[in-house]
Ligand binder design. Structure first.
Ligand code: COA
Length: 164
């Protein structure tokens, strides 16, 4: 299965099929992860120059998402003791607003549940604040700029694990 280019001509007729997500287990699937990151964070946003071999990648869990057999979304969670950090959540542009990002996040959150994570954090690009708020994340602290894109730290205390 090969991920599409974000610029391939599907913007006017994106798929509406069911979203399937899964945990990455092979180097071949990691190539799809890097492809989607590259399309979104390098080519589209100019946020990063190189999205491969991020130091924590090998210690992290990666999720891919497909619609109609096309791999179009990804995200990563890294576990640090009782905490989890979510990064590199991306959906190819022509496939946005179809529930792919939500499906990726819900899979990552299930992994956090399985690990018994008590607190999940992420640095949200501020355009996506409502997306993350709808998934139970709350803003913490002041907004800041990373690679010229405004960000906001957000956290989610896991249900039934609220700090006393
Ligand atoms: N601003 C506000 N709301 C948004 C949003 C945005 N940028 N993106 C999605 N939403 C909302 C949707 O309307 C939807 O709401 P609903 O469930 O009430 O209908 C919900 O969030 C889920 O949307 P979904 O279709 O699953 O999101 P997506 O597949 O478009 O993926 C991103 C969302 C943020 C992953 C995607 O826009 C993306 O890849 N952006 C570029 C990379 C990026 O910014 N990544 C995040 C880094 S922090």
């Amino acid at each position: 299965m090969t991920a599409l280019s974000g610029s391939e001509g599907r913007a006017t007729n994106p798929p509406r099929g069911e979203v399937r997500t899964w945990l990455v287990t092979s180097p071949h699937e990691m190539a799809d992860v890097y492809h989607i990151r590259h399309e979104v964070f390098v080519l589209e946003q100019g946020f990063a120059r190189d999205v491969r071999d991020n130091p924590d990648d090998r210690f992290s869990s990666h999720v891919l998402a497909e619609v109609d057999g096309q791999v179009v979304g990804t995200g990563r969670v890294t576990f640090y003791g009782d905490e989890a950090q979510i990064v590199w959540v991306a959906v190819l542009k022509p496939y946005r607003n179809r529930g792919v990002g939500r499906a990726v996040m819900e899979h990552l959150l299930r992994l956090c549940d399985e690990q018994g994570s008590q607190l999940i954090s992420l640095n949200a690009q501020t355009h996506a604040l409502r997306f993350y708020e709808s998934l139970g994340f709350e803003p913490v602290g002041r907004r800041f700029y990373m690679a010229n894109i405004e960000h906001q730290c957000m956290v989610r205390l896991q249900p039934n694990r609220e700090a006393s």
